[in-house]
Design a protein around this ligand. Structure first.
Ligand code: NAD
Ligand code: ZN
Ligand code: ZN
Length: 383
């Protein structure tokens, strides 16, 4: 393996897990990784983890298939070299790649209220770099596509500088790598958007990784009662470690779950956070908040043809409906401070990490997720 010092400007040959076809196991191949171009950074990945979004696009059932491709978007790594124009990162810096970026120049980046960068907002159909419309990965001259600008299932990857959060070098990358996507999304949905008050009651719909991170956020904010809602009752045991005090399975009741929650809470919850992707759960999550002050936050990604239907009176009665993307965090400006929350023990990450595999066994991480066994599986690049 080439060392960090003598590879600047050179092509690096390294191992990457290539998805050749939808739904077929990844194959570890030797790939060529071209040097970074203007505003790009080449990163040595040390740890990566698997998120549902990788699995959805690998299965490519409802999504545009783009193969061969290198997936992966939750990771921690070290800068190997930088392209022209990159001034705020240098070789040796510790970074987390993020699937959505922050150019610091567009109207969204300049707004305090938005993290939806015009230039670097997530684009799941683009498999190439912005600078020249080409891939930096190839095998025998044949291009291999990128995924959401990160492609972290490779020992080296090339990422736009705007999609890299520079973090405290003392932070253990095998833990904080999970802050690249799902965990920050749920945490930010609670801390930045729902903002529950001390002592309040919060309902979280969907107790997958994102929902459990929302529970963790509600706990950090000082919520007294956290009601987990999931169609799978097995989720409750695990959820107790994330501060969930009560559990409701909508299937156990013969009335809408919003009515069950209203009865449990004397009129409705103070905040609700939906992390399922089911439009029925989104409507319940909105209708279960207390009139006068309740706030509901949608996080899950719905199906293409879904429509949200509720009586306008539910809004007139002073309920608020919000949605969030990546927990409203700006990747470069805000993620370093989320890492600090972990460093000062305000935020626990270990409990999200249920499995760990070496890179050579990356397909096992897919199996754990598909079997519903894992919250997060860490993939170690070096054996
Ligand atoms: N907005 C964003 O920026 C963002 C970022 C990452 C993920 N997401 C989305 O967040 C959602 C959750 O992601 P995840 O990885 O935790 O998923 P997951 O599949 O691990 O968890 C979802 C949970 O919801 C439960 N569920 C499904 N339908 C339900 C219903 N009607 N009522 C109650 N529970 C129900 C499932 O049983 C499951 O436990 C997904 O839709 C994902 O696409 C959004
Ligand atoms: Zn921008
Ligand atoms: Zn993700």
């Amino acid at each position: 393996m080439a060392s960090i010092s003598n590879t600047t400007g050179q092509i690096i040959r390294c191992k990457a897990a290539v998805a050749w076809e939808a739904g077929k196991p990844l194959v570890i191949e030797e790939v060529e990784v071209a040097p970074p171009q203007a505003m790009e950074v080449r990163v040595k990945i040390l740890f990566t983890s698997l998120c549902h979004t990788d699995v959805y696009f690998w299965e490519a059932k409802g999504q545009t298939p783009l193969f061969p491709r290198i997936f992966g978007h939750e990771a921690g790594g070290i800068v190997e070299s930088v392209g022209s124009g990159v001034t705020d990162l240098k070789p040796g810096d510790h970074v987390l790649p993020v699937f959505t970026g922050e150019c610091k120049d567009c109207a969204h980046c300049k707004s305090e209220e938005s993290n939806m960068c015009d230039l670097l907002r997530i684009n799941t159909d683009r498999g190439v770099m912005l600078n020249d419309g080409q891939s930096r990965f190839s095998i025998n001259g044949k291009p291999i596509y990128h995924f959401v600008g990160t492609s972290t299932f490779s020992e080296y990857t090339v990422v736009h500088v705007g999609c890299l959060a520079k973090i405290n070098p003392a932070a253990p990358l095998d833990k904080v790598c999970i802050l690249s996507c799902g965990i920050s999304t749920g945490l930010g949905a609670a801390l930045n958007v729902a903002k529950p008050k001390q002592g309040s009651t919060v309902a979280v719909f969907g107790l997958g990784a994102v929902g459990l991170a929302a529970c963790e956020g509600a706990r950090i904010a000082g919520a007294k009662r956290i009601i987990g809602v999931d169609l799978n009752s097995n989720r409750f045991n695990e959820a107790k470690n994330f501060g969930v005090t009560d559990f409701v399975n909508p299937k156990d009741h013969n009335k809408p779950v919003q009515e069950v929650l209203a009865e449990m809470t004397d009129g409705g919850v103070d905040r609700s956070i939906e992390c399922t992707g089911s439009v029925a759960a989104m409507i319940s999550a909105f209708e279960c908040v207390h009139d006068g002050w309740g706030v509901a936050v949608l996080v899950g990604v719905p199906n293409k043809d879904d429509a949200f239907k509720t009586h306008p009176m539910n809004l007139l009665n002073e309920r608020t409906l919000k949605g969030t993307f990546f927990g409203n965090y700006k990747p470069r400006s805000d993620i370093p401070s989320v890492v600090e929350k972990y460093m000062n023990k305000e935020l626990e990450l270990e409990k999200f990490i249920t499995h760990e595999v070496p890179f050579s066994e990356i397909n096992k991480a897919f199996e754990y997720m598909l079997q519903g066994k894992s919250i997060r599986c860490i993939i170690r690049m070096e054996a």
